[in-house]
Design a protein around this ligand. Structure first.
Ligand code: PGA
Length: 260
């Protein structure tokens, strides 16, 4: 764990209506109003909830993120949402290359690479997800897979300019939504491989200054500190356990405690 402000990101996926999103944000705001610690909170609702979420988060400690972005600014792309549209709604962060999009929607490394360029060009902070499947894990190729995903994602990306931060999340696919989180030591090995791959691509000082490496996959209040403490991850991307305000705030407290 480095000294930079850790990120705790809620990925609400396609789980909540606008009304339910508003309710969860209201509860979260109430719970975190006295929080003064170093952790940066980010909430990523569905596209349809973004305008209302933005209104409800103004003046709070929670930043707004989106779950995806298209690579072009505008054009004949039915159903797509451009970075300009996200910026217009006050979005600051965007998840790119989540395995659910790679798997269900056929998102390729090439699409991910284009989304990374587009997000950064528009001042959105990307949250890039990488991770191996169950089959890739049992074939013993998880390092190769994650290295390829990273190298491809950053292929066309110039070194991010000062002040621009990029989060990379190690999310082994078999750990997502299964209640079977990765062993913290094994996840840390992958964290180190991600760190080394980034150093192979960019200068070490730049990597240490501008990249955060997070863990995601069945994170909950009981296990979050196993990933954060010591020389481990710079935060977490949380799905299921972020859908309950109390649980999410308990994780925030856990992280703050294990950092102090
Ligand atoms: P999970 O999801 O916490 O439910 O495993 C994590 C994610 O997919 O971002």
């Amino acid at each position: 764990m480095n000294t930079r402000n850790p990120l705790l990101i809620a990925n609400w996926k396609m789980q909540l209506t606008v009304q339910q999103t508003v309710q969860l944000i209201t509860e979260l705001r109430r719970e975190v109003r006295h929080y003064r610690g170093p952790v940066q909170l980010v909430a990523c609702p569905s596209f349809t909830s973004l305008p209302e979420a933005h209104r409800r988060l103004v003046g709070s400690k929670i930043r707004l993120g989106a779950q995806d972005v298209f690579w072009d600014d505008r054009g004949p792309y039915t159903g797509a949402i451009s970075p300009l549209m996200l910026r217009e709604l006050g979005v600051e962060y965007v998840i790119v290359g989540h395995s659910e999009r790679r798997h269900h929607l056929g998102e390729t490394d090439d699409m991910v690479a284009r989304k990374m360029v587009s997000a950064l060009a528009h001042g959105l902070q990307p949250i890039l997800c990488v991770g191996e499947s169950t089959a890739e894990r049992s074939q013993g190729v998880r390092e190769t897979v994650v290295r390829r995903q990273l190298t491809e994602a950053f292929r066309s990306l110039p070194p991010p300019s000062q002040g621009r931060r990029i989060a990379v999340v190690y999310e082994p696919i078999w750990a997502i939504g299964t209640g079977m989180p990765a062993d913290p030591d094994q996840a840390t090995e992958m964290r180190n491989i991600i760190h080394q791959t980034l150093i192979d691509l960019y200068a070490p000082t730049l990597v240490d200054r501008q990249f955060l490496i997070l863990y995601g996959g069945s994170v909950d209040p009981q296990n979050i500190c196993d990933y954060i403490r010591g020389e481990r991850f710079d935060g977490a991307l949380v799905g299921t356990a972020s859908l309950n305000a109390q649980t999410f705030v308990t994780m925030l407290k856990e992280v703050s405690d294990c950092l102090s």
